[in-house]
Design a protein around this ligand. Structure first.
Ligand code: 6R9
Length: 630
C-alpha cells in the first residue's frame, strides 16, 4: 500500500521529500501496486506542448489493483455497500470477490457486443451498483468510459456521445430519485434520435417496473446478456499512459471539454490521496455522497477507495427523501466513519433545522469532508457542531476534474483545520500564486491566481480530440504552469483558501457550468436576440444563475418560462436560470465585449461601487438594467 501519513512531523517530512525528489517519492508510492511490467522512467514532462508521462513504459490493469489484488486478504469484505433510494429496500453488500465476478461478467458481455480496447462507452445511469460495475468492466478490457451525469438533457448527452464517438451507451430504464421515477431510457432514445451515429448498442439495466420503448436493432437488456457470462475475464494489459476515461466538464467557452485521465498515474494518485486524506483504516465504512457522474464519484467512490481496499458506500437517492434526516439515518444505520459531501448539501440540510441530525446517533463519524465549492463559515460551523459534535475534523478538499484527485486539504487530526481554508498541499503538489502578469507571489498574506508548477501523477493529459484546447485552457495563460482558473489567498501561516473562479465558469450547487454554455442555450429561444449570464450569491446553491436577455417582441411570463424550458432541454435542469431579466441592452465595451463585471455587480446588488462606466459603448443602459433588477 501507499504510505499513510501518521502525524504532523511525518507530513512535513513526506512533503519535503516529495518536492525535493518527486520521482523517488512517486516511485516508492507506486511500488506496492500490481504491475504487469514496471516503468522504464518515472516521469517525463513539459508544460509547453503539454506532454506529461508518468511511469513510462509500465503495463498494468487498474481493475487488478482495485479487485484481484484484494481477494486473498479481503475477498469477503464489503467493497461496495449500496443504499437504495427507498429506505425500505434492503441495502446491498457486495464483497470484493463478488464485485470481481460481476465486473468480469459485464466485461465479457461488453466484449460479446463488440467492445474492445480503446472503444468509448458512455454511461447515463443513476447511482446503482451496475454503474460502478460497468465502469470497472470497461477498465478491465481497456475500453474508455465516459460517464454523463443522468441529470443532463438528451441534447447534452448526444453532444458528449458524438464528441467521444462512443460505440455504446449504457443506461438504466428508470432513475429513482426521491419521489420521482424518471424514464432515463427515454432520454437516451431522444439522444439517439438526434445523432449518436457512432453508437452500435444501448445496454439497458432494469431498474423499474414500467415498460420502455425498445429498439431491437440496438437495445440489449443488461440482465439478459451480463448474467449468463463467465465470472472470469483476463484483464487487458494497458500502458500506464493509455486512456482510462474521459469526463466532460465545463470551461469558459461554449462547449464542454472531455478531460482525459490515463491508467497508471491516476491509479497511484487516487489511492495515495484517498489513504492520506481520509485516514482510512481497515474496517472503516467510508461514504462519499457525490454522483459518479462527477469526478468526485470517479476518484473517491470508485477508484480511490477500491484501490485502497476500503468499504465504499454508494447511495442511490437524495438527501431529503423521504425526509431531511436521510443522510444522518444512513450514517447511523451503517456506522459511517468518513463522510464526504458538498457545501450545497450542508447548507440545504442546515436550513431544515437541527432536529434532523439530533435524532440520529452520529457517534461513528471520525471525519467530515467537503468538496466542490468554497464552504462558507456558517455552514462549516454547523457541520462541525451538529454533525461532527466538534469531535470530527473537517477537511475542506480543493481539487478539480482536471487534477484527478484532491490537491489541497487539511489532513484530519494531523494538520489544523481553519474554517473555509483548504489549507495545505498533499505530498507531490506544488501550488503557487501568481499576479495577473504572471509574477510569483512569494511569502504569506498574498492573494492571486492559483497555479501548479510541477506535474503530479493524475494531472489531465489532454482534452479529448483537441489537444490545442488543453494547451490553451490550462497551459497558455502562464507558460510553464498549470493554471487552475481559481483565485486563492495564502494566509499568514501559509494556509491556502480558494476563493472561487476567476474565469467565466459558474459553480452552482457544486456543478460547474460555463456562462457561455448557458447563454448558447438561452439564445436557442426564437425570441432571444442576445443574452448574458452571470453568477450571484445564493444561500443554498452557493451561486445562482442570473440571465439578462434582450428579447424580440413583447416580454411575457410565457417567454420567460419557455427560456427556462429551452435551457433544460439543451443542458438540463441544473443549468436553469434562477432569475431572468429582460433588458433593453447589455453594457458593452467599445470593442463590443459584454461587461460582465457590471452585470455581476447588479445581479449581486452591489450597486454602490459600479466603477467607471463612462468608457462603455452604451453607458445609458446601465441605469436601465439597474432599474429593472430582479
Ligand atoms: C472536485 C470538483 C472544480 C472547481 C474548482 C473550484 C471549485 C472545488 C473546492 C472548490 C473552493 C473547495 N472547488 N472544491 N472551491 N474550495 N474545497 O469539484 O471538481 O467539478 O471540476 O470543480 O470547483 O472552483 O476549480 P470540478
Amino acid at each position: 500500500m501507499t504510505h499513510q501519513i501518521k502525524d504532523l512531523a511525518d507530513y512535513k517530512k513526506t512533503y519535503e521529500h516529495s518536492i525535493k525528489n518527486p520521482e523517488a517519492f512517486w516511485e516508492s508510492e507506486a511500488e506496492s501496486f500490481t504491475w504487469m511490467k514496471k516503468w522504464d522512467k518515472v516521469l517525463e514532462w513539459n508544460f509547453d506542448e503539454p506532454k506529461i508521462e508518468w511511469f513510462k513504459g509500465a503495463k498494468l490493469n487498474i481493475t487488478v489493483n482495485c479487485l484481484d489484488r484484494h481477494i486473498k486478504d479481503r475477498g469477503d469484505q464489503t467493497a461496495l455497500l449500496w443504499e437504495a433510494n427507498d429506505p425500505s429496500e434492503p441495502s446491498k453488500h457486495i464483497s470484493y470477490s463478488e464485485l470481481l465476478g460481476k465486473v468480469c461478467q459485464c466485461a465479457n458481455a461488453l466484449k460479446e457486443l463488440g467492445i474492445g480496447k480503446g472503444d468509448r462507452v458512455v454511461f447515463y445511469m443513476p447511482m446503482v451498483p451496475e454503474l460502478a460495475i460497468g465502469v470497472l468492466a470497461c477498465a478491465r478490457i481497456g475500453a474508455i468510459h465516459s460517464v454523463v451525469f443522468a441529470g443532463f438533457s438528451a441534447q447534452a448527452l448526444a453532444d458528449r456521445v458524438d464528441d467521444a464517438q462512443a460505440k455504446m451507451i449504457i443506461c438504466s430504464d428508470y432513475n429513482n430519485r426521491g419521489a420521482k421515477h424518471i424514464a432515463v431510457k427515454d432520454v437516451v432514445d431522444e439522444a439517439m434520435d438526434k445523432s449518436c451515429n457512432s453508437v452500435e448498442h444501448v445496454l439497458v439495466q432494469k431498474n423499474g417496473n414500467n415498460e420502455v420503448n425498445w429498439s431491437d436493432d440496438t437495445d440489449v437488456w443488461w440482465h439478459e446478456i451480463v448474467d449468463k457470462q463467465s465470472k472470469e475475464c483476463e484483464p487487458e494489459e494497458m500502458d500506464a499512459e493509455d486512456m482510462l476515461f474521459i469526463l466532460y466538464t465545463s470551461g469558459s467557452t461554449g462547449k464542454p471539454k472531455g478531460v482525459v485521465h490515463t491508467c497508471g498515474g491516476y491509479m497511484v494518485y487516487t489511492c495515495s490521496s484517498f489513504r492520506n486524506v481520509f485516514q482510512y483504516k481497515d474496517g472503516d465504512v467510508y461514504w462519499c455522497t457525490a454522483d459518479i457522474g462527477w469526478i468526485t464519484g470517479h476518484s473517491y467512490i470508485v477508484y480511490g477507495p477500491l484501490l485502497a481496499g476500503a468499504t465504499s458506500l454508494m447511495f442511490e437517492g437524495v438527501p431529503t427523501y423521504p425526509d431531511a434526516g436521510r443522510f444522518w439515518h444512513i450514517c447511523e444505520k451503517h456506522k459511517v466513519n468518513q463522510f464526504y459531501t458538498a457545501p450545497t448539501a450542508i447548507r440545504a440540510l442546515m436550513a431544515c433545522g437541527n432536529n434532523w441530525p439530533d435524532n440520529y446517533d452520529l457517534s461513528s463519524l471520525k471525519l467530515l469532508g467537503s468538496v466542490g465549492e468554497p464552504i462558507n463559515e456558517e455552514a462549516w460551523h454547523w457541520y462541525d457542531e451538529h454533525i461532527g459534535k466538534k469531535n470530527s475534523p473537517i477537511i475542506d478538499t480543493w481539487w478539480q476534474t482536471e487534477t484527478g484527485g484532491i490537491m489541497i486539504t487539511p489532513l484530519p487530526g494531523i494538520t489544523d483545520a481553519k474554517p473555509t481554508f483548504a489549507s495545505y498541499p498533499l505530498p507531490g503538489i506544488q501550488p503557487i500564486l501568481l499576479d495577473s502578469d504572471g509574477n510569483i507571489l512569494e511569502g504569506n498574506n498574498v492573494e492571486g491566481l492559483l497555479c501548479v508548477n510541477f506535474p503530479w501523477p493524475s494531472i489531465l493529459r489532454t482534452t479529448y480530440g483537441d489537444h490545442a484546447r488543453c494547451k490553451l485552457t490550462y497551459f497558455s495563460a502562464f507558460p510553464g504552469y498549470y493554471f487552475t482558473g481559481d483565485g486563492a489567498r495564502r494566509d499568514e501561516d501559509g494556509r491556502i483558501r480558494v476563493i472561487g473562479r476567476v474565469d467565466d465558469v459558474l459553480n452552482v450547487s457544486g456543478h460547474r457550468m460555463g456562462t457561455a454554455e448557458v447563454e448558447n442555450a438561452i439564445n436557442e429561444h426564437e425570441n432571444v436576440i442576445e443574452s448574458a449570464v452571470v453568477g450571484y450569491p445564493h444561500d443554498i446553491k452557493g451561486q445562482g444563475i442570473y440571465a439578462y436577455v434582450i428579447i424580440n417582441g413583447v416580454p411575457s411570463d410565457d417567454i420567460i418560462n419557455e427560456i427556462r424550458a429551452v435551457v433544460t432541454r439543451e443542458i438540463g435542469p441544473i443549468a436553469k436560470p434562477d432569475k431572468i431579466q429582460v433588458v433593453p441592452g447589455l453594457p458593452k465595451t467599445r470593442s463590443g465585449k459584454i461587461m460582465r463585471r457590471i452585470l455581476r455587480k447588479i445581479a449581486s446588488n452591489e450597486l454602490s461601487n459600479m466603477g467607471d462606466v463612462s468608457t462603455l459603448l452604451n453607458p445609458e443602459v446601465v441605469d436601465e438594467v439597474i432599474a429593472g433588477r430582479l
